[in-house]
Unconditional design. Sequence first.
Length: 96
Amino acid sequence: VFDAFDADGDGVLGSCEMRAFAEQSGFDGGEQAWSEEFTLLCQEVGADPGWGIDRPSFFTLVDDESDNGCYASDEEMQEMLKAKSSQRARSVPEPG
């Protein structure tokens, strides 16, 4: 799941990449709300909001069932992967 949301492949989820995950998890706030939420998530795992959330920190957050994390069950993660795959399939131009 981490790799599916790491659009630029740099090994961290920046604000935009993490927001895509959060929206799949039910986040529906605006830009200001997301900025605040991303900063809090980064603080929770000791990450720099200017850099982003690395793989171990991401899995710490998605395994955290408290209000501080962004818990996602294995089933929810599978659904996110399916949704992300279908988004990619629609955005890839057909050869020809």
